[in-house]
Each structure stands twice: as C-alpha cells, then as structure tokens.
Design a binder for this molecule. Structure first.
Ligand SMILES: [Zn+2]
Length: 463
C-alpha cells in the first residue's frame, strides 16, 4: 500500500500545474474532508486535533504555502493552526489582512448510537457521512482546497489572507481566545463556521444568511441550601419549593423586545418571504418598533423566531435532594440565557436575582467560555461581494444579514473589535442538517460550489 501511495504521489506531481483544473480542487476538497473526518478531533483523551492540524499543514505546504507561513500550536489537549497566504500589500483600501476563522474540533459522537462509524467517512446516495462532515470540516476542507487552487493559479492577493483554525470551538474556546489575542488588527474576519444557505424540502434555495451578530451565551446556577431533616416531619422552608418558586418567576418574565441593524434587515427580508400575512406583518411591525406588544407576542409564540426578539432565559437542568425519605438539603437548577448583543451579562444576572427576590436563592454565573460581543456593522460592499458569489449559483436567492443564537468563534474577534461575518456557502435542507447530532452528513454535490464560492469571495475581497 505504501508503494502505491508513493507511485500516486509521483504521478500527480508529474502533471503540469496548468493542467490541474478546478475539478482537481474539488477532488482535493473531498479527499481532505474524508481524511479529516477520520481524525477523532474530540476534546478529551485521544483528541487528534494536533494530528489533524499537522495533516492540514502538510497539505497547505504541498500546495504552495511556505513552511514558515503555516504554524501549528499545541494548547492543552488540542491545537490551533495559522496559515498566511501572503499578499502584495497593495490592496486598494489599506493592507490590513482578512482573517478566516474555522474550527477543526468536533462534538463527541458515540459509535454505538450511529448507523455508521462516525469517524469512518462513508459516501452513500450522494451524501458523505461522518462526524464533522458539515460542522466544520466541510468548510475547512473546501476552504483549504480553494486556497491551494488559488496558489496553483498564481493568484496574488493585495493583502494577506490569514487562516485561523481553532481546536476547541465546541468546548472551551481557549484556542480561539489565543487566536483573537494574536490577530485583531484586521480588515474583517470571515467565519466559515457561520451563516449559510437554506433549501426547502424540494431542494429549492430559499435564502442565504450572512451572520453579522450573535447572542452571548450564559448559564446561571440557581441554588438553595437547607439543613434538611426527616421527611416524616416536614417544615418550612423546603429547598425544592423555594427553587420551584424562583423558576416560576423566571418562566413568567419576558425580556424586552430588541432589534439592531442586523436583525432589522433580517426581519424585513424574512417578512418578504413569509406567506402568512399576519406573521409577516408582525415582523415588519416588530422591526419598526420592538415595543409593539402584539407583534412581539406573536413572534415569541414561534420557537423559530423567539430567539431573534431579545434576550431569552430558560431552565434547562435541575437537581435536588439526596434521599426519597429526607428533606432536601440542596436544590439547584441551571438557567440558560441567550443574551441580545450589546446587553452585558451581569445585567442579566442582576435581573434574574431581582425577579427571584429571595435571598435564599443564590444566582451564580457558570463559567462557559463565552464572551459578550456587539453586532458587526452591515457593510454594503461586503454584502455585495457575498451576494455576487451566491447569485453566481442561485441568481434569485435573497442574501440576508442574520443574528445567530451563538456561540461561534466570531464572538471572540467581535469582542476585540474585528468586524466578523459568517459566510459558509453550504446550502442544506433542514432535514439534512445533523450537525452535533446523529448521522451527520453533507450532500457531496455541495463541495464543488463551495470551492468556487470561496475562490470568488477571496479573490474579490483580497485583490
Ligand atoms: Zn461549528
């Protein structure tokens, strides 16, 4: 097998550069993705992110990047990668680099629960299956292949394009924090792990979202302690009842309606393609006035829209008592909040404490590795470049700025003042979207358009 590999490598090297068309970039992207899935880049023992990063480095160097321009740094059980596509420094509006953010790690996948082994790439019925197939190895692979193709074609950007691949986006985001510390003097950041296209179930493209904002993520622990005692002699207060009362107050509360430049544009675009006239009207009214209680109420009744209307907090876990025949000595619950950009996390914590208004209930912030970030400004020139690249494939699809519920690597860069936009070119039906879940997959047919998209966008933005 080893000999075969060497022979193949020799045969490829013999093909003159100009004969390697972009179909070889597609083939390379598929190969990168299949090889990528096989690295078990899951946090914890046996994490192969460092090996995956070195594999990517080898491909970039073989594809024309200088060895000294690609750096892999180990951090804890994971690693991050920095690769610089050097520019001439002659870009027309300054020479600050364009940063590209993606992540190499994946969410844990238990082989016993999957139909196929999650770390063995399998192509079946036009789909490639495997953990990370979409999130985020699809974009990492297609982006790397498109950069190698641009090198082959001799493209020289006017400014540096710097690839920043983190290694713990799904968990602690320590590598992202390190990257944002080192790289924050930039024109803008494109996050290939955000945004993207939606298709309806018939495979018709519906919209393309450019993620320009995301909500902050925060967990708060509510806890009540009590001396406890024998359950045959109930007495007040009872930690479980105290906790339950606190949770009911949170359930009953609604945070104020909020909009920003990004969500306003998003509401109007969504209204334009919402067939239900009453709902579309509510979107327009809410965009104009988030205090419109009727419009807000209608949108908040829909799980698809509630997150866009403001901060939300909801109970997600609870744990109480230590024996069926004892009074509880301790009751705790987790309240998960998705905080509207611009609202400080401590403000939400103070609000929860004020709502509960019971000194027996402690409200503590749980360390989650999330940082607050403001919305990025809507940049018409950038939106134009993205729209052009999307429309080359799907001419009529609306390109819409969107806010996500968090949390992507972008928040770290936005937190450092770098305008960041999620622009993954992947178009998916919602029935095909299994990121973080079982049997994650992508349509293989999405690979070629993604390579073309990334080439177009980078050529346009970095020229
Ligand atoms: Zn991701």
């Amino acid at each position: 097998m080893r000999h075969l590999a060497i022979l193949l490598a020799g045969a490829l090297a013999a093909i003159p550069a100009q004969a390697q068309t972009s179909s070889s970039a597609e083939a390379q992207a598929l190969e990168l993705l299949k090889r990528g899935i096989a690295f078990r880049t899951v946090a914890g023992p046996g994490n192969q992110t460092f090996d995956y990063a070195n594999y990517l480095k080898a491909q970039l160097v073989a594809g024309g990047f200088a060895d000294s321009d690609v750096r892999v740094e180990k951090l804890g059980d994971t690693a991050y990668l920095v690769a610089r596509y050097r520019g001439t420094g002659k870009a027309k509006n300054g020479a600050k680099p364009i940063l590209i953010s993606g992540h190499m790690d994946v969410v844990e996948a238990k082989p016993a629960d999957w139909e196929r082994d999650p770390f063995t790439p399998v192509v079946e019925n036009g789909y490639l299956f495997g953990r990370g197939a979409s999130d985020n190895k699809f974009d990492v692979s297609t982006f790397v292949a498109s950069m190698i193709q641009l090198k082959r074609e001799g493209f020289k950007p006017g400014r540096d394009v710097v690839l920043l691949f983190s290694g713990d986006e799904e968990t602690g985001m320590k590598t992202t924090a390190a990257l944002s510390e080192q790289f924050h003097d930039a024109e803008l950041l494109l996050n290939i792990d955000g945004g993207g296209g939606d298709m309806d179930e018939a495979g018709k493209p519906v919209m393309f979202g450019v993620q320009g904002a995301e909500k902050s993520y925060a967990d708060f622990e509510l806890s009540v302690t009590n001396p406890g005692g024998h359950s045959s002699a109930p007495r007040k207060p009872n930690a479980i009842y105290q906790l339950a009362a606190a949770l009911q107050k949170i359930e009953a509360y609604e945070f104020p309606g909020q909009v920003n430049e990004i969500t306003k544009a998003s509401w109007l675009a969504t209204a334009a393609r919402t067939p239900d006239a009453k709902l579309a009207d509510a979107m327009r009214r809410f965009a104009a006035n988030p205090e419109d209680a009727e419009a807000r109420g209608l949108l908040r009744g829909d799980p698809g829209y509630v997150g866009q209307t403001g901060t939300t907090c909801v109970a997600t876990m609870a744990n109480a008592g230590h024996a069926t025949n004892a009074l509880p000595q301790r009751a705790t619950a987790n309240v998960n909040c998705r905080i509207f950009p611009g609202t400080p996390i401590p403000e939400v914590q103070a609000k929860l404490a004020a709502l509960i208004a019971d000194p027996a209930v402690m409200v503590t912030k749980v360390e989650s590795g999330s940082v607050p970030s403001d919305a990025s400004p809507l940049r018409p020139e950038l939106m134009k470049v993205i729209a052009k690249a999307v429309h080359a494939r799907f001419p009529d699809v609306p390109v819409v700025p969107v806010m996500s519920a968090g949390a992507t690597d972008s928040m770290w860069f936005r937190g450092k003042g770098v305008a960041s936009y999620g622009v993954s070119p992947l178009f998916m039906k919602s029935s095909d979207s299994f990121a973080h879940g079982l049997n994650e997959r992508i349509p293989v047919g999405e690979i070629a358009p993604a390579v073309t998209f990334y080439k177009r966008v980078i050529t346009e933005l970095a020229k």
